[in-house]
Design a protein around this ligand. Structure first.
Ligand SMILES: Cc1cc2nc3c(=O)[nH]c(=O)nc-3n(C[C@H](O)[C@H](O)[C@H](O)COP(=O)(O)OP(=O)(O)OC[C@H]3O[C@@H](n4cnc5c(N)ncnc54)[C@H](O)[C@@H]3O)c2cc1C
Length: 445
């Protein structure tokens, strides 16, 4: 039966993936789309992409994601998306202190692009600190033992601005937005009674915090790290996890000095971007396995709220140490600058880094969930919504790796994905970070 494109579709979550979903459904002819978000304005400050910039690169150990990222990069280079894309290049490196896992990851990433028909011509191996300085003439640090490579066909996108632009486009084309902590925050999905024969129950809509019910033919849950708040079963394998983010405030002249530097990603320390010309902030992220917030009774990790309060303007001491080391090696004149706008940013992780884009089992074709971005989903924003259009058209997820996963009882939420090759270190509980911060505050009193 042909899909009726006038039936009401509700998209819950106006982050990177929810906005892309609305955009592509509209392009595909769907006419009755409403997007709900708990934030009062877009970009949502709760989105993992509420940020100055995100890396856009196609190095994956897996051709499947390399091909998707290449498609996304080509889309980033079109007029609609290109305003927010900066192809400044990308350097992947390790320092002299790097553990074997980081060195191996670097080698595998290089293999994935060095003979690639699209990337090969733009790859430059960097074997010595001087080779790095030839690209980043601004780097005056020792770059001790740095080795890596430069990929010319990559860079970053301004993620908050990309979300703001697409939101504006969608509003202009008639997509409705319901925003705010009362009217826009979905608190419960609504279901029909179980069908006695199939045991299926259809999702008929959802309730928002104000108590109001909304009905939709299809509900598409794009809540990122919050997916398990509405669909608890997904919490067995989609884990809310956070990484730290910090910034250095530069002067206008300092910002000019660093303009045009490629994204530098040192696998055992962290990464940073060219400064944002508008705010003159240099954004840094330490690399590590991240922090989870596991509820002791359900064993599900969702972002703090309720009894656990996220630390404010704080990042763990071990992360700060990595970032100071990164600056000492590269831009030592910034090493002791105060960090501003420090935060823990929540995304939806899976043990194998695969996304989920599928119908929720036993709900027919009424409820779709998109989550498990695994910290590499923003770059896909220009194409994510196409995956949903295909899913609705096909009536099932033909891409097995993106299908819903049933995790055997008792096995979920234990493997936090520390084995994934590009994660270095061990995942920690956010509670331990908060205790550590409190101890540090007490010690200073
Ligand atoms: C520190 C950090 C660095 C990253 N770096 C990169 C990178 O370099 N490259 C890259 O490609 N990706 C990166 N990512 C990942 C990227 O940000 C995510 O893949 C992307 O944001 C996922 O989009 P999403 O729409 O699934 O989730 P989000 O963008 O997080 O959006 C979720 C939305 O749901 C809304 N919401 C939550 N609960 C409710 C509710 N109950 N009702 C209504 N709305 C709700 C939120 O307000 C938000 O707008 C990074 C992530 C982090 C945390």
């Amino acid at each position: 039966m042909a899909t009726d494109k006038t039936e009401p579709i509700a998209i819950l979550g106006a982050g990177a993936w929810g906005l892309s979903t609305a955009f592509h459904l509209l392009e595909a002819g769907y006419k009755n789309i409403t997007v709900f978000d708990r934030a009062s304005e877009i970009p949502s400050r709760y989105s993992a992409a509420y940020d100055l910039n995100k890396i856009v690169r196609a190095e994956y150990e897996d051709d499947f994601y390399t091909d998707l990222a290449l498609k996304a990069i080509n889309r980033w280079k079109t007029p609609l998306w290109g305003r927010n894309f900066h192809q400044v290049g990308y350097v992947l490196a390790t320092s002299s202190e790097a553990p074997a896992k980081a060195v191996k990851h670097l080698q595998t990433a290089l293999l994935s692009v060095k003979d690639h028909p699209v990337f090969a011509a733009g790859i430059t191996p960097l074997e010595t600190p001087q080779a790095f300085k030839d690209i980043y003439w601004q780097f005056s640090g020792p770059l001790s033992g740095f080795r890596g490579y430069h990929n010319r066909l990559a860079g970053y996108a301004h993620s908050s601005n990309a979300m703001a632009d697409i939101h504006q486009q969608l509003v202009g084309k008639g997509v409705k937005f319901v925003l705010g902590p009362e009217d826009g925050k979905a608190v419960k999905l609504l279901y029909s009674d179980h069908d006695q024969r199939s045991l299926e129950r259809r999702c008929t809509g959802f309730q928002v915090a104000s108590g109001q019910h909304h009905y939709a033919r299809r509900t598409i849950v794009c809540l990122g790290a919050w997916a398990a708040t509405l669909i608890p079963d997904i919490g067995a394998y989609v884990v809310a996890k956070s990484w730290s983010v910090a910034h250095v405030q530069l002067t206008e002249r300092e910002s000019d000095y660093l303009r045009g530097i490629p994204v530098l990603n040192v696998r055992d320390l962290g990464f940073f971007f060219e400064p944002d010309p508008a705010s003159r902030l240099l954004k840094l992220c330490p690399l590590g396995a991240g922090y989870v917030n596991t509820d002791k009774s359900t064993r599900i990790s969702i972002p703090p709220g309720g009894s656990v309060t996220a630390p404010r303007d704080y990042i763990p001491a071990s992360d700060e140490k990595k970032l100071r080391q990164l600056l000492r090696e590269t831009l030592p004149w910034l090493e002791d600058r105060p960090f501003v706008d420090q935060r823990m940013c929540w995304f939806a992780d899976t043990a194998d880094s695969d996304y989920t884009v599928d119908f929720v089992p036993n709900t027919g074709d009424s409820l779709v969930v998109m989550s498990g971005d695994s910290g590499h989903g923003f770059k896909m924003m220009p194409i994510v919504g196409e995956w949903v259009v295909r899913l609705l058209g096909d009536g099932r997820q033909v891409q097995s790796r993106w299908q819903w996963k049933w995790i055997p009882e008792g096995k979920g939420s234990k493997d936090w994905g520390d084995d994934v090759s590009w994660r270095i270190g061990t995942t920690r509980e956010i509670r331990d970070v908060i205790d550590e911060r409190d101890r540090a505050v007490r010690a200073r009193l």
